[in-house]
Design a protein around this ligand. Structure first.
Ligand code: SF4
Ligand code: SF4
Length: 378
């Protein structure tokens, strides 16, 4: 078989693809079962994939259970996301060592082996493309991020079901990935996989595999899989939410949600697009050596908005408002896209079940007059 970009094929199971990736020198990171959830970690063979599992998700609720069948990908997204590989939670930026006449600075060299992200869902591809705009944006490109992305291959899995927390359809980010992948797999209703080739790098891998060309019936069956997933979605985001939030900065709803919010930051850590970070300086006792690290932070931390004299956002109300209005409104002004892809993680992993779609619907139901920014609670 010769796999030209844009071609489509049929595979019985994902094993030959995992083997071909590894034979071609790719480290394969994919879904695994760990601590009762789907997590992303290195896989060596397809046997490491969590076959026969399905997840239950709702506001503040997640359970992974055996599905009673041998399907490979019936679960959807779990607590982790791919940013932990492309934008690690802790990164050393540079170190400095005292010398006789000053100090030497040693920038940290990022070494990221060529890595296949296996099992990436449509909303997660959209999230990676959003982080590309943040970290690899021409004028202010992050060299480490760019290096990791250049060494990344995306093997998408098209969703066959949606969790009750998913709302990618209303964000136009899924459940079918149309682009942004090197290879995409759709697990068909009657077994087997419809395989799409999205790039020359994907074609090089598929050329190593013995797969048959797909016909029109297989393509139709693959489309039906993601249409079924789209029809399962119970939540959605109001279309005009960006403008609504701009006009709602002193809406009474913020106080209601702030009463429930714990400012725990779970939502921002689980979110695949959130990118707030802090820098930490780590000095040794001799004073001769220091290191600067970049670490994940969150707009829910009190100290995140600290400037001289104190934090700018002192209340939970102001921090929740910052998170939601940035994500759904001012992100458009900064990056020309929403900061939300509808993955639902912030709903599932919020310990008190705060639901961003429910909050958005509340603003849509009772639109406010434009705020007087001078009187806003901090
Ligand atoms: S805001 Fe929530 S639903 Fe949107 S991308 Fe982040 S975690 Fe997913
Ligand atoms: S919305 Fe939920 S997850 Fe986010 S900070 Fe508040 S309590 Fe934590």
């Amino acid at each position: 078989m010769t796999a030209r970009t844009g071609g489509s094929f049929i595979l019985d199971d994902p094993a030959p693809l995992v083997d071909a990736l590894r034979a071609d020198g790719w480290r394969v990171i994919g879904p695994r079962e760990g601590d009762g959830a789907i997590v992303y970690d290195e896989i060596e063979t397809a046997a490491d994939l969590p076959r026969g599992f399905v997840d239950e998700q709702d506001g503040g609720h997640y359970r992974l259970r055996e599905s009673g069948n041998d399907r490979w990908f019936d679960y959807v997204v779990g607590p982790q996301n791919w940013k932990k590989w492309l934008f690690p939670a802790r990164q050393k930026l540079w170190s400095a060592t005292r010398t006789a006449d000053g100090f030497d600075i040693d920038p940290e060299k990022v070494e990221f082996p060529k890595t296949a992200l296996f099992g990436t869902r449509a909303c997660e591809i959209a999230a990676i493309e959003i982080q590309d705009r943040v970290f690899d944006n021409g004028d202010f490109a992050d060299a480490g991020y760019r290096h990791r992305r250049e060494n990344t291959l995306i093997v998408a899995v098209q969703c066959a079901r949606s969790a009750p927390t998913c709302f990618c359809s209303s964000m136009n980010t899924g459940p079918r990935a149309e682009a942004g992948f090197d290879i995409a797999l759709t697990e068909l209703e009657d077994g087997g996989f419809f395989v799409e080739c999205g790039s020359d790098r994907g074609a090089e891998i598929l050329d190593r595999i013995d797969a048959t060309a797909a016909d029109a019936a297989a393509e139709e069956a693959a489309q039906a899989v993601t249409e079924q997933a789209a029809q399962m979605q119970m939540r959605s985001m109001p279309e005009n939410i960006a403008g609504l939030l701009k006009d709602s900065l002193d809406h009474p709803r913020w106080a209601e949600v702030a009463d429930r919010c714990l400012s725990c930051a779970n939502c921002t850590l689980a979110c695949p697009t959130c990118f707030c970070s802090d820098v930490e300086d780590v000095n040794d006792l001799s004073g001769d050596h220091t290191e600067r690290w970049r670490v994940w932070d969150s707009c829910f931390s009190l100290d995140f908005s600290y400037i001289h004299g104190g934090a700018v956002r002192r209340s939970t109300l102001s921090r929740y408002r910052q998170w939601m209005t940035h994500k759904l409104s001012s992100w458009h002004d900064q990056f020309d896209t929403s900061g939300c892809v509808g993955c639902g993680r912030c709903i599932t992993w919020c310990p008190v079940g705060i639901d961003i779609t429910e909050e958005a619907a509340a603003f849509a139901a009772e639109p406010a007059e434009p705020a007087d920014a001078g009187g806003l609670e901090t």
